[in-house]
Design a protein around this ligand. Structure first.
Ligand SMILES: Nc1ncnc2c1ncn2[C@@H]1O[C@H](COP(=O)(O)OP(=O)(O)O)[C@@H](O)[C@H]1O
Ligand SMILES: [Mg+2]
Length: 414
């Protein structure tokens, strides 16, 4: 088979790494990919949002299966476009991906199909200014649309609530809709399923580390690390999530004429009243994919094909025993301003049967590896338990160095 993976971050490196292990793959391409992916796939210099360019490439190369990593091309309808052209592609249609791309659609859908989620009110931004003054604090403010992690504000008091609404106003559309929702307390967990819209298989769970500093201090980031499975995810909790959340949301999407296909990410708050949905994402998480995929024993190409041919009920997923820990190495200053172009040393010294290095913001200049983003590398290790995986991951990080390299030291410390 010829497979094309779309995207160029750590998540896509993990996907390419996993897909490359399938004996069924004859040729593997990645658009645009990154220098780490270049060792496993042929890089194609087409941006993930250049749908027509990707389509032409896939047709020209007679690609058998295209796999979409990030949400942006999904929101642009890449899956719809490829299917219209008769090409096989793994991921949800644009109407189904709205479960991620529109927080308002997602919230109303959850309410309609009685899926446990924080009580909320949807209104125009202008109206919200009045409303928040009457609400109990803390309150959670969410703005409509893909906001790259900047669309949620947790306001502890009225002043912060007004400032939060002002920050939404600065993002653009003053007439846009916002969600004012009840603040939930509990432990967060990410839960993944793979589905063809009717059958859904649980793909294990993860816990991500969003804050920049140890012990969850400082601003939110795209993710500074992840562990899998989530230490809070028991078997019974997993089946509760499957019956109370996954089954009804898939049914609801089908009834709304938006059947879902692909990987569905369920962002959960495990509260004293049970699991509540914070959000859905229409794809793997980054860095959660770098922690979950290395634990999966199945051939991922088989699983994706089973989705596309509605044979998912024939598949049983198998997981390696033990746990995984993924640590993100970032550029100093991230998630604020940071420098690019620092030489990365020690990448050739990290080879270990238990550890993998996934590239994200990396560039290649001649024979040198250079930093090229905020999150530069993700290092994952497996172990019998979190303590062993954690020991191995920090051992694998040890030889890697670049100026201003920063990483959290508490990933997987339970
Ligand atoms: N109702 C809520 N109660 C408490 N915390 C919340 C709530 N909704 C969101 N959060 C916090 O905000 C973070 C981001 O919200 P989320 O809905 O996942 O949006 P996004 O990932 O698009 O920024 C969550 O991971 C969680 O920490
Ligand atoms: Mg989230």
């Amino acid at each position: 088979m010829k497979i094309l993976v779309i995207g160029g971050g750590g998540r896509e490196h993990a996907l390419v790494w996993k897909i490359a292990q399938s004996p069924r793959v004859r040729e593997l391409f990645c658009a645009p990919g990154n220098p780490g992916i270049a060792g496993l796939a042929t890089l194609v210099p087409i941006a993930p949002d250049h749908i027509e360019g990707l389509l032409l490439f896939a047709k020209g190369k007679k690609i058998d299966l295209t796999v979409v990593g990030p949400e942006y091309p999904l929101s642009l309808g890449i899956v719809d476009r490829f299917e219209e052209a008769g090409l096989r592609i793994f991921g949800p249609h644009c109407a189904a991906a709205e479960i991620e791309t529109s927080k308002v659609f997602s919230k109303l859908l959850m309410e309609k199909y009685k899926i446990p989620t924080a009580e909320a009110e949807v209104m125009a931004l202008d109206e919200a200014y009045q409303k928040v003054l009457t609400m109990k604090m803390p309150v959670v403010l969410k703005v409509e649309g893909l906001a790259a992690g900047k669309g949620v504000v947790i306001a502890r008091n009225k002043k912060e609530a007004i400032e939060g609404l002002d920050s939404f106003r600065l993002m653009g559309d003053a007439a846009c809709r916002v969600i004012l929702e009840k603040y939930l307390t509990g432990v967060e967990a990410s839960f993944f399923v793979v589905t063809d819209g009717k059958v859904a298989l649980a793909l294990s769970s993860a816990q991500d580390y969003k804050r920049i500093y140890d012990h969850d201090q400082g601003p939110n980031t795209g993710g500074m690390g992840a562990i899998s499975p989530s230490p809070c995810m028991t078997k019974s909790l997993e089946s509760e999530v499957m019956t109370k959340i996954v089954a009804p949301i898939l049914k609801g999407l089908e009834l709304e004429g938006r059947p879902y296909s692909g990987v569905l990410y369920v962002g959960l708050m495990l509260t004293s009243l049970g699991p509540y949905v914070l959000e859905f994402n229409a794809r793997w998480g980054d860095p959660e994919a770098q922690a979950v995929l290395p634990r999966l024993k199945n051939d991922w190409v088989d699983v994706m094909e089973a989705v596309l041919s509605h044979r998912l009920h024939k598949i049983q997923l198998h997981w390696k025993r033990g746990k995984s820990v993924c640590v993100v190495l970032a550029s100093k200053g991230y998630p604020g301003v940071y420098k690019k172009g620092e030489v990365i040393l020690g990448l050739d010294k990290t080879a270990s049967p238990h550890a993998m290095v996934f590239h994200a913001g990396v560039a290649r200049q001649g024979d040198r590896w250079m930093t090229d983003g905020g999150r530069v590398l993700g290092v994952t290790a497996l172990g019998r338990d979190f303590s062993e995986a954690r020991g191995r991951v920090y051992q694998a990080v040890d030889p890697i160095f670049f100026n201003g390299m920063y990483f959290r030291r508490d990933i997987g410390a339970l």
